[in-house]
Design a binder for this molecule. Structure first.
Ligand code: ATP
Ligand code: MG
Length: 200
């Protein structure tokens, strides 16, 4: 059984001007330990594919067909409540422009600590220890855990979101251009690192 099998996925946006067939028959499989990249021109449907898999489509976006098997279970049929539990614990996503999705009025460390406490049921001490390790992994000084997003550089914010995506040890991490705000050296390092994470 594959970790992820996307079969003939179709996602259409229903707009006033008509139907936009953003994803129209996409299929691919991903085995455990593998990494794959979807490459294509702007507007070809990469983000829509990621949002369809994680069921985070905006209201006007509707799954028009296909299946998304994750460990053999069809996510298309999963209720939103069950999907909420699957997200973070089993599947996490780093959004395009992730650096803007941090809460501006909450310390960066606390945002990740809370996610771990909520999704993993850890206590605060355990969660804080995990966040320290994650900060080291993405090369942010752990003393910065008590800072607010505006005190971070763009690349640091993006790395914090990567730490967030890794926080609950998901089986699948979807990155939607997760490295655009990182400088070239860190960019290369992160991609190599995500490949080796995939192998573990
Ligand atoms: N909410 C929406 N309403 C209507 N059309 C949309 C919506 N979101 C995306 N689209 C359209 O769906 C198509 C695919 O968009 P998508 O964002 O998935 O592309 P992408 O491959 O991620 O592009 P990029 O590389 O620029 O990020 C585009 O034609 C886009 O205009
Ligand atoms: Mg996109």
């Amino acid at each position: 059984m594959s970790l992820l099998e996307v079969r003939d996925l179709k996602t259409y946006f229903h707009t006033k001007e008509g139907i936009v067939k953003a994803v129209d028959g996409v299929s691919f499989t991903l085995e455990e330990g593998e990494a794959i990249a979807l490459v294509g021109e702007s507007g070809c449907g990469k983000t829509t594919t990621a949002l369809s898999i994680t069921k985070l489509l905006p209201n006007e976006g509707k799954l028009a067909g296909g299946n998304v098997f994750f460990n053999g279970n069809d996510l298309v049929k999963l209720s939103h409540e069950k999907m909420r539990r699957t997200r973070w614990n089993d599947i996490s996503i780093v959004f395009q422009g992730a650096m803007n999705s941090l809460n501006p009025v909450m310390k960066v460390g606390d945002q990740i600590i809370e996610a771990i406490m909520l999704h993993k049921g850890s206590n605060r001490t355990e969660a804080k220890k995990k966040v320290k390790e994650l900060f080291e992994l993405v090369e942010i000084n752990s003393e910065r855990m008590d800072q607010f997003p505006h005190e971070f550089s763009g690349g640091m914010k993006q790395r914090a979101m990567i730490a967030m995506a890794l926080a609950c040890d998901p089986k699948l991490i979807i990155g939607d251009e997760p490295t655009t705000a990182l400088d070239v050296m860190v960019h290369a390092k992160f991609l190599i690192c995500s490949k080796s994470l995939g192998k573990n």
